[in-house]
Design a protein around this ligand. Structure first.
Ligand SMILES: [Mn+2]
Length: 350
């Protein structure tokens, strides 16, 4: 069954309109394997249509198998083209800007003919097939190479940026198509900022250093974080580190199919709360990883997502103490029928 067939099946199951227009380029790529189309129209019956501008038209014709490629001429209105194929009934769409939503509504005869059904695609993309898992595995292997370079590079006296540069160079050499997101290397008090970037700060003796990085391999991503201590750790640092490590382990035991995603978050949060540092775990435990670095399911205390076999998620508890520093440990994890499997495998720094 193709991914488009699975979307049609999900639409019937959830009572959504039979005609679907996909606008988000990552979603289009998920269904067709092609980047650079304007819209994918999936009718109830008949051929799927991929609308492509002249710049990518020839390439699309050569590469796309699951849809008929239609030329979208320059200056032509995509919404009018879609309207030509959706005469009766409602039209489901994934995501649109407000302006585009209004233009589509006008073309099809009113907003009441449109329905947002992005949740269906979100659900499909959360469950990875064998081909996707293979690519994510490779992205994780490359990320491990990046983290190995980080471990070899970190020492007092060099900058965060130098560490990030070594990590990215190592990943490129290991086969990365590019970073999965902007590499984070933060040291000292800046470790209290979960998304701190990588700057000119110089690592000092005794600093915490957090490195959070990922690779992209044929559009699929990976995500790993390790926390290092440059030199000898003090008692407080050891306590923070051991707490996060235990929280990650407790979460890992709850990352399994047919379990609510929030259970894993709560298991980690309980460990951190028990040490009195609960207020310093300022983000969710994790998120799905795939074509995007943040996708479904969400592993957070308020999530309603149910974990399923084939989910690839991060497990990344942290403690961030303002004015002092922070610790985060993260691994990308696959949910198999037999339980969780870590896909990133760099040894812990401590
Ligand atoms: Mn992450």
């Amino acid at each position: 069954m193709t991914r488009i067939d699975r979307l049609k099946q999900a639409a019937v199951k959830h009572n959504k309109p039979g005609v679907f227009t996909v606008f988000n380029s990552t979603n289009i790529n998920y269904f067709t394997g092609f980047q650079g189309a304007t819209a994918l129209l999936i009718p109830e019956q008949g051929e799927n249509m991929l609308f492509v501008g002249s710049v990518n038209y020839e390439q699309a014709k050569a590469e796309v198998k699951d849809a008929q490629v239609q030329l979208l001429k320059r200056g032509e209105n995509i919404m009018d083209r879609i309207a030509q194929h959706t005469s009766a009934g409602k039209l489901a769409v994934d995501t649109l800007s407000i302006d585009s939503w209004r233009a589509l509504a006008k073309a099809v005869g009113g907003e009441e003919k449109l329905e947002v059904a992005n949740q269906l695609i979100r659900g499909l993309r959360a469950v990875k097939d064998e081909k996707e898992i293979k690519l994510i595995r490779e992205a994780c292997r490359i990320a491990d190479e990046g983290m190995k370079a980080v471990a070899q590079t970190i020492r007092a006296g060099i900058t965060e940026r130098q560490v990030a540069a070594e990590a990215e160079y190592a990943m490129r050499k290991a086969g990365s198509d590019g970073v999965a997101f902007e590499t984070i290397v933060v040291c000292g008090v800046c470790c209290a900022y979960p998304h701190g970037g990588a700057g000119e700060r110089i690592i000092a003796e005794g600093d915490f250093v957090i490195a959070d990085l990922g690779a992209t391999y044929r559009l699929y991503r990976s995500d790993i974080t390790r926390t290092f201590i440059a030199g000898n750790p003090n008692q407080k640092q050891i306590k923070m580190y051991e707490t996060v490590k235990l929280a990650q382990q407790k979460a890992f035991e709850n990352i399994k199919a047919h379990t609510l995603a929030k259970e894993a978050d709560l298991a980690a949060r309980r460990v951190i709360e028990d040490t009195g540092m609960g207020e310093f775990f300022v983000h969710n435990l994790g998120h799905g990883v795939g074509l995007e670095i943040h996708e479904a399911p969400i592993l957070g205390p308020h999530s309603h997502d149910l974990l399923e076999t084939g989910n690839v998620v991060t497990n990344e508890p942290g403690i961030y103490i303002p004015g002092y520093g922070g610790v985060r440990i993260e691994d990308t994890t696959l949910i198999t029928e037999n339980g969780p499997e870590k896909l990133t495998n760099t040894p812990y720094a401590h």
